[in-house]
Write a protein that binds this ligand. Structure first.
Ligand code: F6P
Length: 369
């Protein structure tokens, strides 16, 4: 039975962008309009509601079927996003003039009431969905949609954006083979993924890398160097090593670029570190390529478009069925609903005994252990 009381819903996209965001927005907008609901998009995460005066054109974007025409295949997000405006840890100047992280969620709740928003579709990764969970506990009707190229969210088989990132990384690894072979070099490819090795693992296997270094297995560079040497002495005079940005040496720590107030630490430098260590250990010329944000850009793959459209429509069905405090999740062959709290409780990392890992081991791929 349709939920009584929904007249207006809001949608937002938070954290790093991922291919498929616009497809979610389109599906949810059309499905909401079909139910006679007014639909608005909050600009830049929650900023359009938290700091509306920053937006002379308005912090909310009216979303209609006409407004979301022709965006399914586009990367980025028409709503904008941010990984700086966490309302639970909002950078705020204290009386002493110093900056502090402050919980401003009550202000946000008041803004929802002021705008007469009856429900929220929050599209994001662990950070954004943790915020969504708090809003739901404070009485806002919320449905979450799992987004992240990192695929590190629990309770869903996959997040949208991941397939596009892995496909692009694999294509890059394919391209690096010829230049590596031509120059008899070791090529190190650093990929995103934060503290989970999914992108590195899946693209590394598909791109037939010789070694894959993931956060879940702290590496010993001597083991990687041995693998490289085996390749060269065995006649294959080049090697490809895929390094997750969160990879760390045994007994060492992840490479961090910066840590700012109100946002997660920025990772970077893992690939360069590994490249230098391999070159020192083997004497082989080694180059590093950082794929970084290229993994987040461009058009979503067919797979990502389809699950994004399915997630967006399912989020509206969930609201229509009176559900709240849940996230839509892929559980093939269907999309189901899981409690937001369960999805954000811990990070989904690579299980070392999973079939994909076993495949990699059977193929002789080195993990630096
Ligand atoms: O979570 C997605 C992600 O792309 C991570 O893989 C990466 O560490 C992070 O975002 C980088 O975010 P940004 O450069 O936008 O701060």
């Amino acid at each position: 039975m349709a939920t009584k009381g929904i007249k207006k819903i809001a949608m937002n996209t938070g954290g790093g962008d991922a291919p498929g965001l616009n497809a979610v927005i389109r599906a949810a907008t059309i499905a909401a309009a079909d139910r006679g609901w007014e639909c608005v998009g909050i600009r830049d995460g929650y900023n359009g509601l938290m700091t509306p005066s920053d937006y002379p054109e308005g912090g909310l974007i009216p979303l209609t079927p006409a407004r979301v025409r022709g965006i399914t295949h586009l990367g980025g997000t028409i709503l904008g996003t941010t990984n700086k405006g966490n309302p639970l840890k909002y950078p705020t100047k204290g009386k002493d003039g110093k900056m502090y992280e402050k919980d401003r969620s009550d202000e946000l709740i008041r803004a929802f009431k002021r705008e007469k928003i009856d429900a929220l579709v929050a599209v994001g990764g662990d950070g954004s969905l943790t915020i969504a969970n708090v809003l739901s506990q404070k009485g806002i009707r919320v449905v979450g949609v799992p987004k992240t190229i990192d695929n590190d969210l629990e309770k869903t088989v996959i997040t949208f954006g991941f397939d596009t990132a892995v496909s692009f990384a694999t294509m890059c690894i394919d391209r690096l083979h010829s230049t590596a072979e031509a120059h008899q070099r070791v090529m190190v490819v650093e990929v995103m993924g934060r503290y989970a090795g999914w992108i590195a693992l899946n693209s590394g296997i598909s791109g037939t890398a010789d070694a894959i270094l993931i956060p879940e297995i702290p590496y010993d560079i001597r083991s990687v160097a041995r693998k490289v040497e085996e390749r060269f002495t065995g006649g294959r005079k080049f090697a490809i090593v895929v390094v997750a940005e969160g990879a760390k040496p045994k007994g060492g720590s992840v490479s961090v670029v910066s840590k700012e107030l109100g946002r997660a630490e920025r990772l970077g430098g893992a690939g360069e570190r590994v490249a230098e260590e391999i070159q020192n250990a083997t004497g082989r010329e080694t180059r590093c390529v950082v794929l970084g944000h290229l993994l987040r850009g461009g058009s979503p793959t067919t797979f990502d478009r389809l699950i994004s459209l399915r997630f967006g429509a399912a989020a509206i069905r969930a609201l229509d069925e009176g559900k709240s405090g849940i996230m839509v999740a892929l559980d093939p062959p269907t999309v189901r609903y899981v409690p937001l709290g369960q999805a954000t409780r811990r990070m989904k990392t690579v299980q070392l005994d999973c079939d994909t890992m076993c495949t990699a081991r059977d193929l002789g791929i080195c993990f630096g252990d």
